[in-house]
Design a protein around this ligand. Structure first.
Ligand SMILES: [Mg+2]
Length: 281
């Protein structure tokens, strides 16, 4: 690592996963080696993902399979953050929850002390919890609509409209949540980025005064959330955001780079907001 590189300026790195370290089942070129170099330099590494499809153990196994060193206790998920959010509300304990989401999300809801409910009682649920899952169907939307119209509270893991896959973007939780919110006529409380919960959870594992940088591919979650949390930010163009998208966004990262491998380069490729930023691709 060269003095003056982006990596040299920080002690801890909060990496997003989809579009930053991998796309689908393929690692971003050079990303495993970049993380290994950071660790060899005693940098702290955390993984913060809004993806609600897996548990921390499952993400750790996926990362290991792609060549990344990662332990479950370094991983912060929107599912775990939502579990903490639900558990912190004592009035929710014992209430019934309609969950639209993965087994990981259902387990987190149960872990927070709520009871799962299924059709046909789902319309009487006290709480609707939205992640997304590949089996999302109209019956779930109908039940959520009726529960919310009867006064259920709505929670969600995240609002990402899409996530990057090798064949192009796939609909994310935000797309499912938009349908639920429109049908139910209510607005969900969200646990994932850009809300502060995941950043706070990750920061609580670090020494005071650690210089933290958020590395992500989404302006409206990773970068917006990092800025709101008072952290430095790096935007990478290996995921859903292209250089030409930056000028029209209200969020300004401290750095913008092609991929995480540029964290180690010298001189630090610093993106500077200005009129020249438009039309960059
Ligand atoms: Mg991402």
């Amino acid at each position: 690592m060269n003095a003056g590189s982006i990596a040299d300026q920080y002690d801890a790195f909060f990496f997003d996963l989809d579009g930053v370290l991998y796309t689908g089942e393929v690692a971003v070129a050079g990303a495993p080696e970049t993380l290994a170099v950071l660790r060899s330099r005693h940098k702290q590494v955390r993984f913060l993902t809004n993806n609600p499809w897996r548990t921390r153990d499952e993400f750790a196994r996926k990362l290991a399979g792609l060549g990344f060193q990662a332990s479950p206790d370094e991983i912060v998920t929107s599912v775990a953050a939502l579990g903490h959010l639900l558990a912190a509300a004592p009035d929710l304990r014992g209430q019934t929850a309609l969950v639209i989401g993965s087994d990981a999300l259902r387990a987190a809801v149960v872990g927070a002390g709520l009871r799962l409910t299924e059709d046909p009682e789902a319309r009487d649920a006290d709480v609707v919890v939205v992640g997304s899952h590949a089996g999302f169907h109209y019956g779930e939307l109908r039940a959520a609509c009726q529960a919310l119209r009867r006064g259920a509270r709505c929670f969600a893991t995240n609002r990402d409209p899409t996530f990057p896959m090798p064949d192009g973007p796939w609909p994310g939780t935000g797309a499912v949540l938009a349908a639920v919110e429109v049908a139910g006529g209510s607005r969900a409380e969200v646990a994932g980025k850009p809300e502060p919960h995941m950043f706070a959870a990750a920061r609580a594992t670090l020494p005071r005064g650690a210089r933290v940088v958020v590395v992500g591919d989404r302006l409206d979650t990773d970068i917006a959330g990092g800025i709101r949390a008072g952290l430095a930010t790096v935007l990478v163009f290996s995921g859903v955001t292209a250089p030409g998208d930056v000028a029209s966004s209200p969020y300004r990262p401290d750095h913008a780079i092609t991929s995480v491998t540029d964290l180690l380069t010298e001189p630090a490729p610093v993106w500077r907001p200005g009129p020249d930023a438009a039309g960059g691709g």
